[in-house]
Design a protein around this ligand. Structure first.
Ligand code: NAD
Length: 484
């Protein structure tokens, strides 16, 4: 059977890449190849940038409310195609269908938020900054922007940026992850039906060559990136060299603190799913479980008992609670970390290495895994594993756990489970990560709040979505005016 090849979307139509290099797209639950993705070229990028640049002058002059109306139509179309997008997402990424639905919902929420452009893009004015002189700050679009996105959220992440760029009057290019190109391709089929003016929104598939083509192109004004920390650092540096605006969101190692007064009966389900949801492949996933004081043993017993109940399988099955890892290479990487944890002397309480899933012998599965007696200096307490592996680091007191959070090289998110307002206040005040959950295991800001971390988890100063994103996609032009 010949596999379908995903195509680029440039200047209002699907077009083939002229690349001679292709990669495979896998269904991680079945271990089967399901499509072929072109590793696009600099020429593909040049074509997309030209289309976007040519479309820009007219799009810029289109009134913001008219631009927003395209998004209203898009929202309706996404709702109509909701299940199909979610299914495509599960098939190529592996996450369970309910989680995929949640991702599509969050994607749509960004479309909804962006339609507030007529308020959120407004500048500000002040009369009489000197006698008879008035001053205005207008927010103006800048031209062509692009997003480079990761494999773990094939639908949503590009939409942390795309609707805001378009609605503020810029034109746009998306480069999906080459591991999961089908979801965004499905989304662009829907975009195609909406009938945006040609060239306003484009997509180029590929890997490094496409990324470098975008980073080096003189007509690209800014880059939004989400992915691992080494790539984020590279993108940030290269954008600095070429003078582009940049927001580069990187990896994570999130600590979940559990105080002795935590209500485990209420909190346990969200605690457990914080670590194992999406098989640990979320930038907001719990990675280090840090019980404080004498709750540790009770927490371990209840947590592990609950983890053992998790049904691992194909995400399309509604009964499945945890799907596979995204690809075979990543499975090997996660297994490598489990070996490392054992070698470093941590106590492997629950071992997910030989996870057998009935009917899916070739899937990239690793079962729920739990290490106790992890110390802060071990690699499994510091490096991003990005899999269903819990590293439990016992902390003495609140100061000790805050110190643990603030000595990780990442600072994306952290959470605390407690019944004490004082402990919660102290924690949220002092920890470095910029997304904090209190009795919430996954502290995911919604589209109207900013998303992004600190330290090695985020390079740049304007985060994804929220009100700030309107600044990223606009330049404030200040006019100082006097009439004689
Ligand atoms: P990745 O860095 O490997 O890839 C991300 C994107 O960069 C892809 O489109 C890929 O094609 C491109 N890329 C990869 N290597 C490159 C290179 N050497 N040169 C140029 N381009 C390159 O990340 P991933 O494995 O797809 O995603 C998982 C990572 O993303 C994890 O570290 C996770 O924590 C992070 N992530 C962070 C957030 C956040 O909000 N901070 C959200 C989602 C994922």
């Amino acid at each position: 059977m010949s596999l379908s090849v995903v195509n680029n979307y440039i200047n209002g139509e699907f077009v083939q890449s002229d690349s001679a290099q292709f990669g495979d797209v896998w269904n991680p639950a079945t271990g089967e190849k399901i499509a072929t993705v072109p590793y696009g070229t600099k020429a593909d990028v040049d074509r997309a940038v030209k289309a976007a640049r040519d479309a820009y002058p007219e799009w810029r002059e289109t009134p913001p409310l008219t631009r927003a109306r395209y998004l209203f139509r898009l929202k309706d179309a996404f709702e109509e195609n909701f299940e199909e997008i979610a299914e495509t997402l599960t098939i190529e990424q592996g996450k369970v269908i309910d989680e995929a639905r949640g991702e599509v919902r969050r994607m749509i929420e960004n479309v909804e938020h962006a339609t507030g452009v007529t308020t959120l893009m407004c500048g500000y004015t002040l009369e009489d900054i000197a006698k008879g002189i008035d001053c205005y700050g207008h927010r103006q679009p800048m031209g062509v922007f692009a997003a480079i996105v990761p494999y773990n959220f094939p639908g949503m992440v590009a939409w942390w940026f795309l609707p805001y760029a378009l609605v503020t009057g810029n034109t746009f290019i998306v480069k999906p992850s080459e591991q999961v190109p089908m979801t965004q391709t499905k989304i662009f089929e829907i975009i195609d039906d909406i009938g945006f003016p040609e060239g306003v929104v484009n997509m180029v598939h590929g890997a490094k060559d496409v990324v470098n083509g975008l980073l080096d192109h003189p007509d690209i004004k800014g880059i939004s990136f989400v992915g691992s920390t080494p790539t984020a650092q590279y993108i940030y540096k290269r954008c600095g060299e070429t003078g582009k605006r940049v927001q580069a969101l990187g990896g994570a190692k999130n600590i979940v603190a559990v105080m002795p007064d935590a209500d485990l009966d209420q909190g346990l389900p969200s605690l457990v799913s914080s670590f194992y949801g999406c098989a640990g492949q979320r930038c907001l996933a719990g990675a280090v479980l840090a019980p404080v004081g004498d709750i540790a043993d009770e927490l371990k017993d209840k947590f592990v008992a609950s983890a053992k109940q998790i049904k691992v399988g194909n995400g399309l099955d509604e009964q499945t609670a945890m799907g596979p890892l995204g690809n075979a290479g990543h499975k090997e990487r996660v297994l490598g970390f489990i070996e490392k944890g054992i070698a470093e002397g941590a106590d492997l309480v629950l071992d997910g290495r030989d996870c057998i899933v009935e009917d899916y012998p070739n899937g990239f599965f690793v079962g729920p895994t739990f290490f106790d007696k992890v110390t802060p200096d071990m690699s499994i307490a510091g490096e991003e594993i990005f899999g269903p592996v819990v590293s439990m680091v016992r902390a003495k007191d609140l100061d000790d756990v805050i110190d643990l959070v603030n000595t990780r090289r990442y600072a994306n998110a952290s959470c605390i489970y407690t019944s004490s307002g004082r402990a919660a206040r102290e924690f949220k005040y002092r920890v470095n990560p910029s997304m904090v959950g209190i009795n919430i295991g996954v502290a995911a800001p919604m589209s109207f709040f900013p998303f992004g971390g600190y330290g090695n988890s985020m390079f740049g100063d304007i985060k994804a979505h929220g009100q700030e994103i309107f600044q990223f996609f606009t330049d404030t032009k200040v006019v100082i005016e006097r009439w004689f």
